[in-house]
Write a protein that binds this ligand. Sequence first.
Ligand code: NAD
Ligand code: DAU
Length: 339
Amino acid sequence: MKLLITGGAGFIGGNFVHRILRQHTEDTVICLDALTYAGNRETLAPVMDNSHFAFIKGDIADRAFVYHLFEVEKPDVLVNFAAESHVDRSIIDPEIFLRTNIMGTSVLLDACRIYGITRYHQVSTDEVYGDLPLDKPDQFFTEETPLHTSSPYSASKAGADLLVQAYYRTYGLPVTISRCSNNYGPYHFPEKLIPLMITRALQDKPLPVYGKGANVRDWLYVEDHCSAIDLIIRSGRVGEIYNIGGHNEQTNLSVVQTIVQALGKSEDLIQFVADRPGHDRRYAIDPTKIRKELGWEPTTRFTEGIQKTIAWYLNHKPWWEHILSGEYKNYDRKMQGEL
Ligand code: NAD
Ligand code: DAU
């Protein structure tokens, strides 16, 4: 199988590229990534020399470029991870979110419609469902929960999901959609809660917790998300949506305290700062459908996953230090022969 993986130089896409090349040695992977601030070739360094892997720098919203890529490469399966992914950035500057997340998805769908594909998989998010109250722990997002977005980011992801469903209904494109809860693990860009707190705590810098830290997220180790997508693209039913989550709800404050304790730092580093506008209160996924239909189960509990993640950041200091210093952009230029 020849997979086109868009956004494969990012956090989850990068972990997915590694997984496919490790677990499916008969497959070929082409990674298409624009290398925005969130894309990092150093994430793909371990597979750059793999003869089953090719990296192509390009923008999913560039129609002529994407069509040419399809003509030349003729992928069997497309897994779309490419996106602007950070809620806070979408609040400051929504436009790029609409361009990449909606227009980019529409270009990929058109390319699949014109050149043919056996599966288009859209990597979506539980944020399309909005949020749940903090005081109703028995409520969960199911695949039937209505879309009810809060941020420009989640609105752009919901727009993309609706387009994907329209291409299934109108053109019969063989699509699937997955909606996952918050991921954590290796190669996570240090603007998101967990890697931000680990890397700042390691530098003894203040740890900014929004509001009172009472908002709840449902954390899933990234490899478990990747195993779910891997199952969906091979065995999932066309036209279906699958929620992915491992029933691991935590308040933000408790996550930050766990990190501080694990690193032997003082809780005095924690600073309560102004809340995120429109801040979603609680996410919680009901993963019954993917468990019953595809037999998927997460394998990494949070207590284990957070220790593995902290160890990864301790053992891969150059990866995140190059991001903080901007050096990671030079790595890309070196690979292109510009430096
Ligand atoms: P990320 O920001 O780490 O990576 C995004 C990647 O997309 C980067 O490599 C970036 O260079 C690339 N990209 C951005 N714009 C592009 C464009 N126009 N053309 C080509 N490439 C482009 O994101 P992530 O956290 O790995 O998330 C991946 C996907 O999973 C996103 O679609 C996101 O909405 C979804 N998702 C994320 C989470 C999470 O917790 N991180 C949870 C559920 C779903
Ligand atoms: O639920 C899936 C979503 O999870 C994905 O679709 C998004 O791409 C991904 O970024 C993530 O969104 P969140 O907004 O939940 O993640 P973030 O890491 O930005 O924030 C997690 C929680 O921590 C949230 O309640 C806000 C809070 N937070 C975040 C940052 C960056 C803080 O308190 N302080 C911070 O500095």
